[in-house]
Structures are given as structure tokens and as C-alpha cells.
Design a protein around this ligand. Structure first.
Ligand SMILES: CCCCCCCCCCCCCCCCC(=O)SCCNC(=O)CCNC(=O)[C@H](O)C(C)(C)COP(=O)(O)OP(=O)(O)OC[C@H]1O[C@@H](n2cnc3c(N)ncnc32)[C@H](O)[C@@H]1OP(=O)(O)O
Ligand SMILES: CCCCCCCC/C=C\CCCCCCCC(=O)OC[C@@H](O)COP(=O)(O)O
Length: 273
């Protein structure tokens, strides 16, 4: 049997791809990340018409949550959640969490409370189908390059939280951080909570360094612990109290991060790049 050039190429690809995938840690990393983004963009195509029926509405976040929940199984990531009881508050609140990577979406979807929308950088709105799906689900977009704009969007959010019974999820580090600890906090989330006089609920996701490292191009299966900490009340606080509030919450989160990241013997939060 004679094979054509195209058939030879196909055979080489079919053999080479799995071999390369198994042998090269970084090839595997690129494939897994590309599939992660590609799969989310594809799921968004399905989510858009379902969400569009309701128009822009925070209830659509449930659709996205439901459609994204299976991804942890595709990647063999076990997520253990602790502190569910701390979400048992009927009123609105501000969730603040650490931000290591776009994989945080998995932990976020695992515990996302009802009627809760994340605050995201404006660039995400232009991420094709995912951006449109986020917009339809009521994600609040801020322009990080224009402080005044970002602040006025967040001030408006304080109003919306109370009027429409909405919770808000903020990454107070303001950017992804793989350093093995938490960056200094930006204060927007805490101004928001004080303006709306609602509690801040810190959420901490343990270090991914056992299974994911952007710098080493490593991405294997693994386990992540997500801890929901007790809410910190803001009743009676004013904007003068924001720096102290932000520092207090950050200290609580660093302590929890260090603890849940170093539970297995010989493991610590270490440095992840
Ligand atoms: C099925 C298909 C699915 C498809 C889609 C799937 C997706 C599903 C949805 C998931 C989406 C997830 C999205 C995650 C995305 C995460 C991100 O994008 S993180 C990046 C964006 N987030 C943030 O930046 C939040 C944190 N940032 C802040 O809080 C900042 O403070 C800021 C409000 C943005 C302003 O930042 P900056 O311009 O850098 O200025 P600062 O120095 O921080 O602040 C200046 C000054 O102003 C004070 N201040 C801040 N906020 C307020 C306020 N609301 N009111 C009054 N004053 C405020 C601040 O305290 C500073 O003053 P100070 O004296 O120095 O303290
Ligand atoms: C036609 C246009 C095609 C665009 C393709 C874009 C690919 C993006 C595909 C899927 C989007 C996945 C959604 C993941 C949501 C998580 C977002 C995220 O983690 O954003 C990072 C942001 O918090 C901090 O950004 P920086 O670390 O400051 O940077």
C-alpha cells in the first residue's frame, strides 16, 4: 500500500503529537492552556443564546457557572471547599480573593454564591465570545488605566448591590500573581464594602505550585483547597477606616493561604512564578 504525502504527514502527526505531549512538560502546558481558553470560548458560544433570552442579567451567571463546572474533571483538579457556612448571609456582601491565574475561574465557579458578579478588567470584554458571555452575565468591567472611571464604576456598584440585591467578587491584588504570597491590596473592594455598609468575605485559594507553574510551563493534575473565611463587618466604618480594614483582611488571607498551601508534609506555599 502506497501512502501519499498527506497520509504520511497525518501518521507522523498522530504518532508525534502523543509522544511529544507525554515527553515534553512544556508542550503539555501549552496544549492544556490552549484547550482551556479554546474550550471556554467554545462553551461561551453555547451560553450566549441561552443568556441572551434574559438580556444582561446577573442570573445569567448561573448559566456560566453550570457550564464551567465540569472543567476541573477534564484537568483532574480536585477542589476541596472549607467554610461554606460563612456564605450563609442573606444580604449582599463583597467577596475578596487571591488571584494566581486564569485557572482561578475553576475555584470561583465551585463556590460562586447566587447573584454574585465579578469585577474584571475591561480587556476581558473584548475576549470574543467569552467577553460577550461575561457582559450578558452582568460582569462589572473597569478600566484600570483610568482610576477615576474605575472608582466611579465601583461607586455605582455599591448602589446596585443594595438596590438589586447583588454580591460582588473582587480580586484586590488587581492582577494575577504567582509569587507564592499575596500582593499589596488595592483598596477599591474595601471602599465598595464600606460605601454599601456590607460585610467583606475573604476567600483564599491554596497555592497551585504543586500542579501549575507558568514559569516552569508545568501543568499536571492536582489538588486545591478553597477556604471561605468568616465575614468582616463594615457597619459604622467610614472611608478613613479603609486602609486598616484592607490590611486586616489581607493579614487574615495570608495566614490562611500559608496554612492551606502547606498542609501536606514537606510542602509550603514556596515561590511560584
Ligand atoms: C460558559 C462560558 C463562559 C465564558 C466566560 C467565563 C467567564 C466567567 C466570568 C468570570 C470572570 C472572571 C473575571 C476575573 C477577572 C479578574 C480581573 O480582571 S482582576 C483585575 C481587575 N480588578 C481589579 O483591579 C480590582 C482591584 N482594584 C482596585 O480595587 C483599584 O483600587 C481600582 C478601583 C481599580 C483603582 O485602581 P488604580 O487605578 O490602580 O488606583 P489605586 O491606587 O488603587 O487607587 C487610587 C486611590 O483611590 C482610592 N479608591 C479606590 N477605590 C475607591 C472607591 N471606590 N471610592 C473611593 N476611593 C477609592 C484608593 O484607596 C486610592 O487612594 P489611597 O489614598 O491611595 O488609598
Ligand atoms: C476574537 C478574539 C479572541 C480573543 C481570545 C482571548 C482568549 C481568552 C479566552 C477565554 C477567556 C477565559 C476567561 C478567563 C477568565 C479569567 C480572566 C483572568 O484571569 O484575567 C486576568 C486578569 O484578572 C488579570 O490580568 P493581568 O494579570 O493583570 O493581565
Amino acid at each position: 500500500m502506497e501512502l501519499s504525502v498527506a497520509q504520511w504527514l497525518l501518521v507522523v502527526c498522530l504518532v508525534a503529537f502523543p509522544l511529544l505531549y507525554e515527553w515534553s512538560v512544556s508542550f503539555k502546558y501549552f496544549c492544556k492552556m490552549a484547550f482551556y481558553n479554546g474550550w471556554i470560548l467554545t462553551l461561551a458560544i453555547l451560553a450566549i443564546p441561552i443568556c441572551a433570552v434574559r438580556g444582561r442579567n446577573v442570573e445569567n451567571m448561573k448559566v456560566l457557572q453550570f457550564m464551567l463546572l465540569h472543567i476541573k474533571y477534564l484537568y483532574g483538579i480536585k477542589i476541596e471547599v472549607r467554610g461554606w457556612e460563612n456564605f450563609n448571609i442573606k444580604e449582599p456582601y463583597v467577596v475578596v480573593s487571591n488571584h494566581q491565574s486564569s485557572l482561578d475561574l475553576l475555584g470561583m465557579m465551585e463556590i460562586l454564591p447566587s447573584r454574585c458578579v465579578p469585577i474584571a478588567k475591561r480587556e476581558l470584554m473584548y475576549a470574543g465570545t467569552a467577553g460577550l458571555a461575561c457582559w450578558l452575565a452582568g460582569v462589572i468591567f473597569i478600566n484600570r488605566k483610568k482610576t477615576d472611571d474605575a472608582i466611579s464604576v465601583m461607586t455605582e456598584a455599591a448602589d446596585t448591590m443594595l438596590k438589586e440585591d447583588v454580591r460582588v467578587w473582587v480580586f484586590p491584588e488587581g492582577t494575577r500573581n504567582h509569587s507564592g504570597s499575596l500582593l499589596p491590596f488595592k483598596r477599591g473592594a474595601f471602599h465598595l464594602a464600606v460605601q454599601a455598609q456590607v460585610p467583606v468575605i475573604p476567600v483564599v485559594m491554596s497555592s497551585y505550585k504543586d500542579f501549575y507553574c507558568k514559569k516552569e510551563k508545568k501543568f499536571t493534575t492536582g489538588k486545591c483547597t478553597v477556604r471561605i473565611l468568616p465575614g468582616v463587618h463594615t457597619k459604622g466604618l467610614s472611608s478613613d477606616d479603609v486602609p486598616e480594614l484592607a490590611d486586616r483582611v489581607r493579614d487574615m488571607m495570608i495566614e490562611a493561604f500559608t496554612q492551606i498551601s502547606s498542609e501536606r508534609p514537606g510542602k509550603g506555599p514556596g515561590v511560584m512564578h
